[in-house]
Design a protein around this ligand. Structure first.
Ligand code: FES
Length: 183
């Protein structure tokens, strides 16, 4: 009977569609479950970015030390520069820099030894290594990004490698001689 054959074919097609749709949905849910933690880490919500501040006690950070803290779910470097490092940064011909900025422009007046920058490479967002840390070559005494080899100097200014700009200086203020509020 011609009608019966047609019915069977239609049922067959419908069954295949259902199986394909189910498989796609399952993959989609799996993909979301795997991706979500990565996305939530990389892109903090707008509220977190707009509102949070971080209060840091900087009393234990010795001259010559750079510590990594967290600000708005991203690394931030707080560095207590040695007088020699301040002199080195000040001696650089600013006009020769890719992103020309003096150390004074990147720090607060009277507190030029405190360099506070985001610990996020301006190339593709890796976390650069501090002086003497890991495979940091220390060519400019500052930070080295292991991902594609960007070198930042003691004022965290880009000197070599693919990063387009200096490490970013976030908003911050000293709330006392030993505390700083970032954000
Ligand atoms: Fe730092 Fe590419 S992410 S050099």
């Amino acid at each position: 009977h011609p009608e019966a054959v047609q019915d069977d074919t239609q049922t067959g097609v419908r069954r295949r569609d259902f199986i394909e749709i189910a498989a796609v949905s399952f993959a989609g849910i799996g993909g979301i479950a795997v991706l979500f933690p990565l996305i939530s880490q990389m892109a903090p919500s707008a509220d977190v970015l707009a509102e949070s501040t971080t209060e840091l006690d900087i009393s234990a950070i010795q001259p010559g030390q750079s510590v990594k803290a967290v600000f708005r779910k991203q690394p931030v470097f707080v560095r207590n520069l040695l007088p020699a490092e301040i002199a080195e940064a000040a001696a650089v011909d600013v006009s020769s820099l890719r992103d020309p900025q003096t150390l004074a422009e990147r720090t607060k007046e009277g507190k030029e030894n405190w360099l506070i920058t985001m610990g996020v490479c301006t190339h593709l967002g890796c976390v650069p290594l501090g002086a003497g840390e890991g495979e940091n070559k220390g060519e400019f005494g500052g930070y080295f990004c292991p991902c594609h080899g960007s070198h930042y100097d003691t004022a965290a200014r880009i000197r070599k490698g693919p990063a387009p700009t200096n490490l970013l200086v976030p908003e911050y203020e000293f709330t006392s001689d030993t505390t700083v509020q970032i954000g």
